[in-house]
Design a protein. Structure first.
Lengths: 1283, 143
């Protein structure tokens, strides 16, 4: 614990609670001292504090002690009274206002950051004017009659030697009428120590007259009580004092220059000696004496047991006395007052023990007397004495608390005293590092006066900061509270200061409500002071307040816009938060050798394009991606890192703007900020850049935006609704070669404020479309372009491409290419991503009518199928050499579109071209087109093929068509088999299948055909002349005679890609058949969702296998029913088996007949050998319904058989037959069975084992089955008893 | 009556703050809750004052301000719950009970896989549950 006297409170007490000396002076004394710019009082004041005296003091005890420091307080008699409250308040207000102005002007532009380390240094952050203000507040409570330390202990009577009748003047001066009320009113003893001082002005002449008067004085008032003071000895010239003793005592520093200019060193020494003598020889001994006197008196009347009893009894009797707030009046001669005086004198002479014992004594008396103010005063002094003694902290605090609350209870009477008491208490707590408690006391002394409480709250906040650990949040809160109060009494500068300090606490925190409040008010207040720039800066912080209510957002925004308007100019700022820019959404789209036909094409992943273009682009070296490297070699080294763009072609930037507010905000003039420098003056631009760095960012941007001779930027206006997000595409078009960099984006909010956003400074990660060498690019280079001179750029589009189509829809489209530039292009190539959907047509198609061009011409029946096999390949399509695209006329090329399967399809096409004549960094370019097509399901077509049991190489085909659309009706028009080997024919006339000639929405239909392998019939000869009927019209012949030629482009092409898509390896398999079903939509039905109903639709079914098991097919031929007289003999039935080998190898077939002993004709269990054996047609049918019925039928049959066929049949003849089957040939072998009784027999109990000889096949592919085993199929024969 | 409850994250960032008064004093309550963090910090860092119960989550009365009383609760993930009430005689047991239920509600809210730890709690279920707890706070003390 440090010495209490060295603490701020100790020092304050040593200065403030010191003996008061009353000064009475004549006007001529004042005149002579005023020559020095000082009143007489001020002249003496600097010499009233003695820092190195050594005065022995002996008070009540016999032990003397020494005082080393002492101070007197001088007051004119007129000032010895309670200060006027109003004046004091005015003065305080003035002090505060001045401090506000001063501190405000010193306010640094940025908010100081406060952390815990900072806060530890005491008083570092607290404004210095607080101490001054607190002192003033303490002084307001001085000269109260309830405490004695402000009572003058002595009186200096000063008379000038110029005065007429100086002796009489001395007497007049101490006239009781003029004396302060304290002395007159009986609160203190008017009989005080007087000192008579004769002041002689040396400028008025020699000191003879003065010494004469002085001797007269001595004789009148006694030698010891008189002194002579000569001033203004410096006659000739004003003296400048090196260390001016008066300067620190004057409030106004500017006047301190000429102070004491006529006082030379002798004068000063004289004053010094005078005051020292006065204090050590007169005042201190006088006080000592008074203490001793009073002590004796007090001991006599109040000390000892008897006196205490007496006192108590006496006080009890007085109880019903006047209960005024001040309690009873105490005369100076009353014992209570004397005890108090004794205590105060002892305190001033620093005999704290004595003081404390007397205060204790009097405290109880006052309490009993209910003299509350006096009681509080004594308690206050007790607290201070405890503090000075550095004893019992608890006692000290208790006393202060007690005093404070008592003062507060007194109401307005005790207000000033309460404040003073509080301040002392606070100082006491601060001296003991109890800042938190100090803060609460500050909080308690906030009176009704708003300004007062503002200051106190602010001081409280500093206490919270000084706490250990510091309570920064409370600091901030109290600053805000205090700022609020400052605002209420128009101390706006203080309010701003406190709020700004509060910001330092809130900085970086997520307490957005508080943050918003503070920023908003600072902004408002700055605006009210006319400092709009700063106001705007603060208000900008809170614009993006998505968490606030709509009303608050409106308030913030309107206030902000108003403030901006008041500035009278368009404001330009870099950190405008409205609207919010989604940095990660920024996309730069530029065209170097890659050009895009539509914006959607630019959004497709680069990798997709790369894979598409891979084959087309010229490869300069072996490595796959080296063309890029090579290109960069061609570019000058320093630019190799930057992107390339072409003069006259726009570089586009997609930026997403988001409105975080619930209210709409208008945005206008959104444009890119770019910098362009010519390629030649590289050095100059560097220089420019360094200049720019010196300027601030805004100027930099402004400069950039004004300079647009070498490029042009697009401007976009839009309005963002509440919470809306908009993607905006901005573009910049360079017109001159050089280097172009995109620096940022600018926009105008509500037409008044311009916001900038710098791309480079933000976020290093950019989502750049051209991310091929992403890792190599620094973000700055993403926005940097090398502009090269203009080269041709093709524009292309596909005409008539529908956005929506039904699956199977077949259309003719036209690719249109234009070259607006003057330079030719050559070597055009094209590649399409989805050949199933889009194929390239023949140029003659463009003239022919659709769909007529698809039909078979009567005259050219044998139009050869693979007309142009080049188109068939899925590699790059080369346009003819002589293609030239230039000028106004577009270049047209037909395309075929077929909606292959339902879904959302994105079609990509890339067209490659080389630049003709110009030598440029870029030698070729690609045009990328992209279209999205939505394809709806239409007809669901499925085929079932099962071998016919009637004839070899004949099959039964079942076609199921379901219309999956919701509203469309289709006409199923034609079914064709692809190739020349399959002939199809209807089983029923088309009228019966399609009675309405159309398939309504949701309708399903099945029809049956027979399919014949015509190759078998034509055999090896393979004559092409033979016309095979592979097309089948499904509408009555009368209606329309058009037959679509599926062997011609584009249908054959699409079919080709369809079959590739099915990815069969065994393309050469002769046992598969492909079907194409052509349907048309009915023109009458127009209410479909499509603008353009499909005209022709084709559905392709590929690789439908006819032979489900192996290459061997067979047929059992024989009678189905016969009659026999079983009474005569058993029945022998001769059957024939036809076998056909459809493979290219010789097959060895063994037929094993199985004589079933017990179960005879009963078929084998259906579980065995399912995959190897022949099945009935039914199990392979996917459609469930027929299967169910046939299964049921079968089981019934089985049951019937097992019951009925008691007598089985037996195979007669050989039980095993071996046959050699040449490739593609058939053979016949006889079979015979014997039946013993009439009945129905199932002749399926035989097995065919077949094996292909591998020689003929030459190793063949392994996937093909080389051997197999087939179970016989059901063949029922019914034998009846002939009558 | 409870006027405000708040959840404050371990970095003293507000996660949830809800007032239950008609008056427009959200800002004031924000301030009060914000300031209470100072006291929470003090309690946590001064084990002397928190007494022998080191693992006690309930911090008790933090401080009285104006006509409010502020109570605190600290979970073991350093998430603070703050309760501001106007009741002058609040039973500690009631507050403890309240915080216990509030804690359970909080745990359920942050267990939501869609909740991002350290971000504001936006769950409507949580808000409803909290308001039920707050309403029942008055009732249990009355019974």
């Amino acid at each position: 614990m440090m010495d209490p006297a060295t603490t701020p409170l100790g020092q304050m007490l040593l200065e403030e609670i010191t003996p008061v000396v009353m000064v009475l002076s004549t006007p001529s004394v004042e005149d002579s001292s005023l020559k020095n710019g000082l009143s007489f009082l001020h002249l003496l004041t600097p010499f009233c504090s003695f820092n190195n005296i050594d005065v022995p003091v002996r008070t009540a005890s016999d032990q003397p002690y020494r005082l080393h420091k002492f101070k007197l307080r001088l007051f004119y008699a007129s000032d010895v009274r309670r200060p006027d409250l109003k004046v004091a308040k005015e003065r305080l207000k003035q002090v505060i206002t001045e401090a506000g102005e001063k501190v405000f002007s010193e306010l640094a532009s940025d908010v100081p950051h406060i952390d815990h380390e900072h806060a530890s240094s005491e008083y570092r952050n607290t404004p210095s004017w607080f101490q001054f203000l607190n002192k003033e507040l303490v002084r307001v409570a001085s000269f109260s009659d309830h405490e004695a330390f402000d009572h003058p202990v002595a009186c200096i009577l000063a008379v000038s030697s110029n005065d007429e009748g100086p002796i009489n003047r001395f007497v007049d001066l101490y006239n009781s009428n003029k004396l302060p009320s304290l002395l007159n009113g009986g609160a203190m003893d008017p009989n005080i120590l007087k000192h008579y001082l004769l002041v002689h002005d040396n400028q008025d002449g020699p000191a003879e007259r003065a010494s004469k008067i002085f001797t007269e004085m001595r004789s009148t008032f006694g030698t010891s009580d008189c002194s002579l003071l000569c001033i203004n000895s410096s006659v000739d010239a004003p003296i400048k004092h090196q260390v001016n003793p008066w300067a620190s005592h004057m409030s106004d520093a500017s006047l301190s220059q000429g102070l004491g200019c006529f006082l030379n060193t002798d004068d000063i020494n004289e004053i010094k000696n005078l005051m020292q003598n006065l204090s050590s020889k007169y005042i201190i001994p006088n006080m000592e004496q008074k203490i001793r006197e009073l002590n004796q008196q007090v001991s006599a009347t109040r000390k000892g047991f008897r006196n205490q009893i007496k006192n108590l009894w006496w006080r009890k009797g007085k109880e019903d006395g006047a209960d005024s707030p001040n309690g009873p009046m105490y005369n100076y001669s009353s014992i209570e007052s004397q005890i108090r005086v004794l205590g105060d004198y002892a305190f001033m002479l620093r005999d704290y023990e004595l003081a404390l014992s007397n205060y204790r004594l009097i405290s109880t008396d006052y309490k009993i007397d209910k003299a509350w103010k006096r009681y509080a005063g004594v308690q206050e002094m007790m607290g201070l004495t405890y503090f000075m003694l550095d004893q019992s902290r608890k006692e000290a605090e208790y006393c202060m608390e007690n005093a404070f609350s008592t003062y507060v209870k007194l109401g307005s009477l005790g207000q000033q005293n309460a404040t003073r008491c509080g301040l002392w208490w606070i100082e006491m707590l601060k001296a003991r590092d109890q800042y938190k408690e100090a803060a609460t006391v500050y909080f308690r002394i906030c009176g009704e006066d708003i300004l007062h409480s503002a200051v106190m709250l602010e001081q409280a906040s500093y206490c919270y900061m000084l706490c250990k650990p510091s309570m920064l949040r409370k600091y901030g809160f109290h600053l805000v509270l205090s700022g609020e109060q400052y605002k209420k009494c128009n101390q706006i500068k203080h309010a701003i200061r406190t709020y700004r300090n509060a910001l330092s606490v809130l900085k970086g925190s997520t307490w957005s409500y508080i943050n918003d409040h503070v920023h908003f008010h600072i902004g408002q207040w700055y605006a009210s002071l006319g400092m709009y720039d700063v106001a705007v800066k603060h208000m900008m912080e809170i614009l993006a307040c998505s968490h606030q209510s709509k009303a608050t957002q409106e308030l913030f925004l309107s206030d902000f816009l108003q403030t901006v308007k008041k500035t009278g100019r368009t404001f330009e700022v870099t950190k405008l938060q409205l609207p919010v820019i989604n940095i990660s959404s920024i996309k730069v789209i530029f065209e170097d050798y890659r050009t895009f036909g539509s914006p959607s094409a630019a959004n497709i992943r680069e990798a997709l394009w790369n894979s598409l273009e891979e084959e087309m682009l010229p490869s300069f070296s072996t490595a796959k991606s080296n063309w890029l490297e090579l290109q960069s070699k061609l570019i000058p080294k320093k630019n190799s890192q930057s992107n390339v763009c072409i003069a006259g072609e726009a570089v586009k930037v997609n930026i997403e703007f988001k409105n975080p507010l619930q209210i709409p905000i208008p945005i206008s003039g959104v444009a890119l900020i770019c910098r362009h420098s010519g390629s030649t003056d590289e050095a100059r631009s560097d220089e420019n850049q360094s200049n720019m760095e010196k300027n601030n960012e805004i100027d930099h941007f402004r400069e950039m935006s004004s300079d647009n001779t070498s490029f042009s930027v697009s401007e976009v206006d839009f309005s963002l609704g509440g919470g809306e997000t908009t993607m905006v595409q901005l573009s910049v078009t360079p017109s001159v070669e050089g280097t172009l960099s995109i620096l940022g984006v600018r926009w105008k909010l509500s037409g008044t404020i311009i916001g900038f956003h710098n791309f480079e400074s933000s976020h290093p990660k950019k989502n750049i479309v051209k991310g091929r060498r992403k890792s190599n690019y620094s973000p700055n280079n993403m926005f940097k372009f090398m502009v090269i001179k203009s080269i041709p750029k093709l524009q292309g589009s596909v005409r008539h491409l529908p956005g929506k189509a039904y699956a199977g829809d077949l259309r003719q489209l036209v690719l249109e290419l234009r070259n607006p530039s003057d330079f030719p292009v050559k070597n055009l190539k094209m590649k399409i991503s989805h050949p199933r959907f889009l194929t390239i047509g023949n140029p003659e198609h463009i003239k022919s009518e659709f769909p007529a061009c698809l039909t078979k011409k009567i005259d050219s029946v044998n139009n050869d199928a693979q007309a142009n096999p080049g188109i068939m390949s899925d590699t790059v399509f080369m346009f003819p050499e002589d293609t030239s695209i230039q000028g106004e006329n577009p270049f047209l090329w037909p395309l075929w579109f077929r909606a292959a399967f339902p879904g959302d399809i994105s079609l990509c096409m890339s067209i490659y071209y080389e630049i003709g004549d110009i030598s440029s960094v870029i030698r070729y370019r690609t045009l990328r087109l992209h279209y999205n097509v939505q394809i709806l399901p239409s007809l669901d077509v499925s085929f079932q093929i099962s071998p016919s049991r009637m004839r070899m190489q004949e099959f039964l085909v079942r076609l199921d068509v379901v219309n999956k659309t919701s509203s469309e009706s289709f006409q199923v028009y034609q079914l064709s088999s692809v190739g020349k080997h399959w002939e199809i024919s209807l089983l029923q006339p088309p009228d019966t299948i399609f009675p309405l000639q159309s398939l309504m929405a949701g309708q399903a239909i099945s029809c049956f055909f027979t399919l014949k392998n015509s190759r078998l019939l034509t055999s090896e000869a393979n004559e092409p002349a033979m016309h095979v009927r592979s097309d089948l019209s499904l509408v009555p012949q009368s209606s329309d005679n058009l037959v679509f030629n599926i062997n011609n482009a584009p249908l054959i092409n699409f079919h080709h890609f369809e079959s590739i898509a099915k990815s069969y390896t065994d393309q050469g398999d002769l046992n598969t058949v492909d079907f194409v079903l052509i349907s048309r939509s009915l023109k009458s039905d127009n209410n479909s969702g499509l603008s353009d109903p499909p005209c022709v639709m084709s559905h392709h079914a590929c690789h439908l296998s006819t032979a489900s098991t192996g290459p061997i097919s067979w047929l059992v031929d024989g009678p189905r029913t016969l009659q026999h007289d079983f009474s005569a003999s058993f029945c022998e039935i001769n059957l024939k088996m036809h076998l056909y080998n459809s493979s290219h190898a010789t097959a060895i077939v063994r037929i094993d007949t199985l004589d079933s002993a017990g179960s005879g004709g009963v078929v084998q269990s259906p579980t065995s050998d399912i995959q190897a054996g022949w099945h009935d047609v039914t199990p392979t049918t996917p459609t469930s319904e027929p299967k169910v019925t046939s299964n049921a039928f079968e089981t019934q049959l089985k049951k019937a058989l097992s019951l009925d066929s008691v007598s089985p049949y037996i195979w007669s003849g050989s039980s095993s037959t071996n046959l050699h089957l040449e490739p593609m040939s058939s053979v016949e072998t006889p079979l015979q069975i014997c039946v013993f009784s009439p009945g129905t027999y199932d002749l399926s109990s035989y097995v065919l084992n077949w094996k292909l000889s591998s020689k003929g096949h030459g190793g063949g592919d392994e996937t093909k089955q080389q051997s197999g085993k087939c179970q016989g199929y059901k063949y029922y024969i019914t034998v009846l008893q002939s009558s | 009556m409870i006027v405000c409850v708040a959840v404050v994250g371990h970095q003293n960032n507000p996660l949830y703050i809800q007032s239950f008064t008609e008056a427009d004093d959200a800002l004031k309550l924000h301030h009060i809750v914000h300031c209470s963090l100072d006291v929470v910090d003090e309690r946590v860092n001064n084990p002397k004052k928190s007494g022998p119960l080191l693992n006690e989550t309930f911090l008790g009365l933090l401080y009285p301000i104006e006509n409010f009383k502020v109570y605190g609760y600290l979970t073991n993930t350093k998430v603070k719950f703050i309760l501001v009430t106007t009741d002058l005689d609040v039973k500690d047991a009631d507050v403890r009970n309240f915080f216990r239920r509030f804690h359970a509600a909080y745990v359920d809210a942050v267990s939501n896989p869609f909740h991002v730890p350290g971000k504001k709690i936006t769950s409507r279920t949580f808000a409803e549950r909290v308001s039920t707890i707050v309403k029942s706070f008055g009732l249990t003390s009355a019974v």
